[in-house]
Design a protein around this ligand. Structure first.
Ligand code: KIV
Length: 295
């Protein structure tokens, strides 16, 4: 099921629970990466507030604003053809009231080009979710380890480890479903709790550090591409080592520039007419055309 845009809808994703087709989700923050992930067949692209950490270099997601989510959303929305686009409601853009939540969610759709929004929390945001969904905006919930509550949780810690804590996470997930969400991210919980929540909910669970039994999985794009240096949580699997490739390519570039071997004749414009079609500018061919003219 697709929208006029051709992208997957929230209801098509919700239906995957019944058909038991797993949902592959990744984050994306810019057009170049988003285009590649879409081409690779990812079902959902999420402009997460994780951008505060992996794009902006903050220690937490807390500084991110609605304007910033919309800015990155527009870049992603311009190029994505098939994946469903989810925008994250950042810290303090929805916690204050259901009205504030609806207003911010509306901005994400109008200004960011998103098809649905995600927000963190369970029972405490159930009214907010209901209000947004009632206005016709699909909502993805997010329970368990909720990074916007990093200070309240005392750090990025696995949640639901004992019986009572597990029950609290389960009750939150059920409240999110009852409020009308079409799916819920379950983050940083033991695998058996991820399975229990998945069994008890009739909407898809999207796991991140929640074991193999969730209805889908999500990873931060730079994590799965192996571009993040330093500490990585246990749940991160690196499907490529692009970080090493980038460092290698950078060393090669620096070396050739210093030696004067780049650019060579093949990467320089000739004088006169009939310059080859390969004489294009920087990415997307937006720089110089076949005749060597600037567009
Ligand atoms: O902010 C984010 O990117 C997220 C996903 C990793 C679930 O919340």
């Amino acid at each position: 099921m697709a929208e006029p845009s051709g992208r997957l809808t929230a209801s098509a994703l919700q239906a995957r629970k019944r058909s038991r087709d797993k949902i592959a989700v990744l984050t994306a923050y810019d057009a170049t990466i988003a285009r590649l992930l879409d081409e690779g067949g990812v079902d959902v692209l999420m402009v997460g507030d994780s951008l505060g950490m992996v794009v902006q270099g903050h220690e937490t997601t807390l500084p991110v604003t609605v304007d910033e989510i919309c800015y990155h959303g527009r870049a992603v929305a311009r190029v994505v053809q098939r994946a469903h686009l989810v925008g994250d409601l950042p810290f303090m853009s929805y916690q204050v009231s259901a009205e504030q939540a609806l207003h911010s969610a509306g901005r994400l759709l109008k200004e960011g080009g998103f098809q649905s929004v995600k927000l963190e929390g369970g029972r405490v945001v159930a009214d907010h979710i209901h209000r947004i969904v009632s206005a016709g905006i699909p909502v993805m919930g997010h329970v368990g380890l909720t990074p916007q509550s990093v200070h309240g949780m005392g750090g990025f810690r696995v949640q639901g480890k004992d019986q009572d804590a597990a029950l609290q996470v389960l009750l939150d997930a059920q409240a999110v479903e009852q409020a009308g969400a079409y799916a819920v991210v379950v983050e940083g919980v033991p695998a058996d709790l991820g399975r229990r929540i998945t069994e008890q909910l009739s909407i898809p669970t999207i796991g991140i550090g929640a074991g193999p039994d969730c209805d889908g999985q999500v990873l931060v794009c730079y994590d799965f591409l192996g571009m993040v240096r330093g500490f990585a949580p246990k749940f991160v699997k690196r499907f490529a080592e692009l970080g090493d490739e980038i460092v290698k390519a950078t060393r090669a570039y620096v070396g050739e520039v210093r030696q004067g071997s780049f650019p060579d004749a093949a990467h320089s414009f000739g004088s006169g007419t009939g310059a080859p079609a390969a004489e294009r500018g920087h990415s997307g061919g937006a720089g110089y055309g076949p005749a060597g003219e600037e567009h």
